[in-house]
Design a binder for this molecule. Sequence first.
Ligand SMILES: *Cc1c(COP(=O)(O)O)cnc(C)c1O
Length: 346
Amino acid sequence: MLRKIDLRSDTVTKPTAGMLDAMMNAKVGDDVFGEDETVDALENKLSELFGKEAGLFCPSGTMTNQIAIKCFTQPLDEVICDQTAHVYRYEGGGIAFHSAASVRLLHGERGILTPELIEPEINEPNIHYPNSSLVVLENTVNKGGGACYSLAQIEPIHTLCNIKELKLHLDGARIFNALAATGDKPENYGKYFDGISVCLSKGLGAPVGSVLLGSKEMIKRAVRVRKAFGGGMRQAGFLAAAGIYALDHHVGRLTVDHTHARALAAALGQVKYVASVMPVETNIVIFKIEGNFKAASIVQQFLERGILCTTTGPDTIRMVTHLDISPEMIDSAIENIIHLNPSAHK
Ligand SMILES: *Cc1c(COP(=O)(O)O)cnc(C)c1O
């Protein structure tokens, strides 16, 4: 049987035996009553790590982002983010639906914003204009091929937001990948961001869950919003235990995923059917294929060889490395990349 090498996303990982064991042994209670000590432990662990006062465990990163946007805006406000942002593109239009806010889209280099890009887009107070109230950064940038901000790049954005009285939220779905790549310390993040979303179900390998971090006051409001969004969970400690296990066991190994991604990129850079490969900073490889091929057809031909990946446009393909990808799988994927001899399909 052909062994599948699933490079579609870092969300496809299955819990390890150790993680399942931690889940089975979790002490739980009704978290809507505030009685689940494992959920509390996860929220405390992450809020301490990132230097925020409080945390809130939620079912998904979409929910933590949408709750944060709801907490940091009023109807008729405007959210500033990059045009590639997950909060704008991949959250089902939730900003309009939940927060009745508009969105100002910027064009950063691979999704990375700068104070120079943001400042001219902040509206002056004027009844004609939506009220600019929130900037959202994504680290790493998913659609930017896993590009990351260093804290040094974030600091001046924080300063600008402070001066202009805008809130700053981090979509940190892959924040641990960014930390592994930059060497920055998580505790410094709390100083710059009003809200931080951390996903446990991406590179960290937990089956479910994200945590929203913020001030005590903000999280108090976020608990109400989560309830209204239908995200209050009962004996959620079984899931929170997977998150704690992931933080204890799966953070240090993220550099392995980054090494694997670089190896894939190096192979892709050598073959004729690939026009260019985005620079690889973390665990995402996005590449553009030559004009006489179609991305969908190349993805299909990889699939026939047991390699799963996805298109991100008519001529771009994405591969993502993660916990369930072994060095042998990378070797096998590289063999296939090098030997694939696609026929033109246009
Ligand atoms: C995956 C992801 C999220 C959250 O997604 P969920 O599937 O809702 O957990 C948020 N932001 C980015 C950049 C992501 O890649």
